[in-house]
Write a protein that binds this ligand. Structure first.
Ligand code: PGA
Ligand code: ZN
Length: 403
């Protein structure tokens, strides 16, 4: 058996020009690295992060626990880190530290086995059907991700396609058409992009954003064959019992009606974080009333306990999967398994501050998650995930969105 002989932490830059932690794990002559992404619109219940200097120091402590262990025993590795941390919210070692080590460990194990990472993750999770996921591409940025006045955070396009290649091709084409439209309507300063590679034109209402998307889809020639998804990240524009966006102030029951109305009037198939993260009951109401996918991100934070609460109360019918929200790959797998067992759809996600590490592409395929979001078809840290999936599809892995 090949055992871990070295674990190291390093500072590297993320896409926002901030330092993040990269872990390196060595087993025998195999070596692998992975880096922690970081969110801007973080859920209150996410695993806590520590400073990069502390993370680097903590990896020295983690190394003492992991040296001599089998990297293929992901559960044992993650459990050892959890014990060393000793907290519920991972505030001691830091969720950022732990996820970097946890991912680097999974990657080095796949190298020891001489198998692709997605295949190794598939074995760890118990062998779900491996598929390339349907991409949700965030082409208009607002909220915490852009310097415009658009309060809703993400407007995504979801191509209908027979293959992952075809989906990305259609999305890229639509993205180019959208750029032309924004240039014509708002001038050249408006085609600069936000954190996730989407445009951030000077608009402020969801209706303006949806209208732009619909024009882009039409101009690209995909009307009726390209859907729309929205991540409102609603917690961030909720205060004093009202949702405040554009020039509107709306109380919760009316906001539920408003969100439902948006899905009726536009080709929207999915709403993420449509309501503030603590309001399970209103999420449940919207899930029952709107006939679309309701994805829980900040409400669930990839955390099994929060997901169970949601399942019990009927909040959402899908979950966003961000490994760094919970801090280890083992816990990520547990959450995905529980979601699938309870018929919740699963969408793997990047963070707005990310690196070119394509780990989540392999994670989506390996765990059989049917959807992924990794921003626009633009900026290296966004396209690295899509490009990895294009390569995985080349190996013969079927597409989840077929038919
Ligand atoms: P974040 O946003 O990475 O800034 O938290 C992404 C999201 O809300 O889905
Ligand atoms: Zn979100």
């Amino acid at each position: 058996m090949t055992m871990i002989n070295h674990v190291k932490g390093m500072k590297v830059l993320n896409s926002r020009g901030e330092f993040t932690i990269e872990a390196e794990v060595q087993a025998g002559d195999s070596k692998a690295r992975a880096s922690a992404p970081s969110g801007a619109s973080r859920g209150e219940h996410e695993a806590k992060t520590v400073s990069i200097d502390k993370a680097t120091e903590n990896i020295k402590k983690i190394e003492k626990e992991l040296v001599g262990r089998d990297p293929e025993d992901q559960e044992g590795i993650d459990e050892a880190m959890k014990e060393l941390d000793g907290t519920e919210d991972k505030s001691n070692l830091g969720g950022n530290t732990m996820i970097a080590v946890s991912m680097a460990n999974a990657r080095v194990a796949s190298r020891v086995k001489r198998e692709p990472l997605y295949k190794h993750l598939n074995q760890l999770s118990g062998g779900y059907k491996q598929e390339t996921p349907v991409p949700f591409l965030n082409v208009l940025n607002g909220g915490q991700h852009a310097g415009n006045d658009l309060d809703f955070q993400e407007f995504m396009i979801v191509p209908q396609a027979e293959t992952f290649h075809e989906a990305i091709d259609k999305a890229a084409h639509t993205y180019q058409e959208l750029r032309d439209i924004i240039y014509k309507e708002h001038g050249r300063n408006a085609i600069n992009v936000g954190d996730e590679g989407g445009f951030a034109p000077p608009i402020s209402t969801p209706e303006e954003a949806l209208e732009l998307l619909e024009k882009g889809i039409e101009k690209a020639g995909y009307e009726g064959r390209m859907d729309i998804a929205v991540d409102s990240a609603a917690t961030f524009f909720y205060s004093d019992e009202k949702y405040r966006f554009g020039d509107r102030e709306v109380e919760t029951p009316d906001f539920v009606d408003y969100m439902k109305k948006l899905t009726k009037e536009h080709p929207i198939i999915s709403l993420e974080d449509p309501l503030r993260e603590e309001d399970f009951d209103s999420h449940a109401r919207l899930t029952t009333r709107a006939n679309v996918q309701i994805v829980g991100d900040d409400i669930f934070v990839t955390n099994l306990k929060r997901l169970r609460e949601g399942i019990k109360r009927g909040a959402c019918n899908a979950i966003l999967i961000k490994p760094n929200q919970v801090g280890t790959i083992t816990e990520t797998i547990e959450t995905v398994k529980s979601a699938m067992k309870n018929k919740y759809a699963t969408m793997v996600s990047h963070r707005s501050g990310d690196t070119v590490d394509p780990f989540i592409a392999d994670l989506a395929v390996g765990l059989g998650c049917e959807q992924i979001k990794s921003g626009a078809p633009c900026r290296g840290e966004r396209v690295s995930k899509y490009n990895r999936l294009l390569r995985i599809e080349e190996k013969g892995i079927p597409y989840a969105g077929k038919g």
